[in-house]
Design a protein around this ligand. Structure first.
Ligand code: GDP
Ligand code: MN
Length: 388
């Protein structure tokens, strides 16, 4: 789960990472009130709160010298969706702004913690090349990124951040601050089950303070059950409505870019189905594993999700009924189509438990279904149908 910059900074502050004084505003006039509350005189930075990076280059971060400028920046940001290289062409609506006291930057560093599955450890990465394009640094000059591994069971030791401080060439007077910061970030990462804690830029201010000017924190969804405080930070407005609907029904759904909607049971069969569609020259619109114990209600809602996706031009149902019974599946499909109609081709490949009852239900429904028991044939057929 992603959280907003302002939420990430509040968390980091409780772990002794220095951040600028600032608060969230929900309107331009409130942004001005908050600017006055945060500091008596400017400058300020007004920042769009969206779950996407690259705001600086897209007009989502504005440096303001007066409260009038704060007001204007806020009005402009909230007036239209923000489009960054991470949002897609439609962008995202800006309903919240973070207003902070601006600092004078002497240098912008990069610092992040991620999980490394290969070494089963936390990797702390840091670079002198902070600011906006760390991906480019990683690609073109990877030697400018320094890394150390932290055993999650041991936690962070002071010598590790000292190594990084020397690698980064930090002045001696900043080493203690750096150590406190890395310790705080690591503690946060472990205690809140994060998959990412990133500070970019980590500023060295002109008065020699280390300060997190931007923050990204992502929490492992599988650990949310034990972090009620974090769960509350979820912002549904930042999620794709289709994903929200799928999550509501406990469906294992991942949206993709193609135009063939897939409904499959079992993750392995779902992967194989996507491969077969690709081999037949098509592109899957999603990964969807309805699971073993799906009810016909779940199947119905899953099918409705597929139909509601405007990009879907055909549906391929590929079920091998084991625990999942074919008649339960057929009932769900028929219900969905009765409720919302079906204007696109549907190819069904059904085998396994209760297959006869399932086929009968589909046949009796008089739906326009292309049924086959051969998986390869079914994939070829649906690809052909969406191309027609
Ligand atoms: P991002 O583009 O979405 O990653 O947004 P950031 O929060 O990282 O802001 C982008 C850039 O704005 C930073 O790299 C800084 O150069 C600049 N910036 C942000 N806060 C301040 C500040 O307090 N003072 C100054 N001078 N620049 C800032
Ligand atoms: Mn940033």
């Amino acid at each position: 789960m992603k959280i907003h910059e302002y939420q990430a900074k509040e968390l980091l502050a409780t772990y002794k990472v220095q951040v600028q004084p600032g608060l969230v505003a929900y309107s331009p006039s409130q942004a001005v009130d908050i600017a006055n509350k945060v500091t008596h005189e400017g400058p300020w930075v007004v920042k769009a709160q969206v779950h996407a990076g690259g705001r600086g280059k897209a007009g989502g971060v504005k440096f303001c010298k007066t409260t009038q400028e704060v007001k204007e920046a806020a009005e402009k940001m909230m007036s239209k969706p923000l489009v960054t290289h991470q949002t897609g062409p439609d962008g995202v609506d800006v309903t919240k702004l973070l207003v902070v006291k601006a600092v004078d930057i002497a240098h912008e560093l990069y610092c992040a913690l991620v999980l490394d599955r290969k070494t089963s450890s936390i990797v702390i990465m840091a670079s002198r090349e902070g600011g906006m394009e760390i991906e480019e640094v990683a690609e073109k000059t990877p030697d400018k990124i320094f890394k150390i591994c932290v055993d999650p069971a041991m936690g962070h030791s002071a010598y590790q951040s000292r190594i990084l401080a020397y690698d980064l060439g930090l002045p001696k007077e900043l080493h203690a601050q750096f150590e406190t910061m890395i310790q705080g970030m690591t503690k946060l990462f472990i205690e809140k089950d994060c998959s990412l804690v990133e500070i970019n830029p980590l500023a060295i201010t002109t008065d020699n303070q280390l300060m997190a000017l931007d923050a990204k924190v992502t929490i492992d969804d599988n650990a949310l059950f034990r972090h009620f405080d974090i769960k509350e930070l979820f912002d549904p407005s930042q999620e794709d409505p289709i994903d929200l609907e799928a999550a509501k029904w406990n469906l294992n759904y991942i949206h993709l870019d193609g135009n063939i909607g897939c409904m499959v049971n079992g993750a392995g069969l779902a992967m194989a189905t996507m491969d077969m569609i690709k081999m037949a020259g098509g592109e899957p619109a999603n990964f969807l594993d309805v699971g073993g114990g799906a009810s016909s209600d779940m199947v119905r809602e899953a099918f409705k999700i597929l139909i509601s996706d405007k990009k879907v031009k055909g549906i391929f149902v590929n079920i091998f009924g084991g625990i999942m019974k074919c008649d339960v599946l057929a009932k769900g499909i028929v219900e969905a189509v009765t409720q919302v109609g079906l204007k696109i081709p549907l190819v069904v490949r059904l085998e396994g438990t209760n297959v006869e009852q399932g086929r009968k239900l589909l046949n009796d429904s008089k739906l326009n279904i292309f049924a086959t028991s051969d998986m390869g044939e079914a994939a070829t057929l649906i690809v052909k149908k969406v191309m027609e």
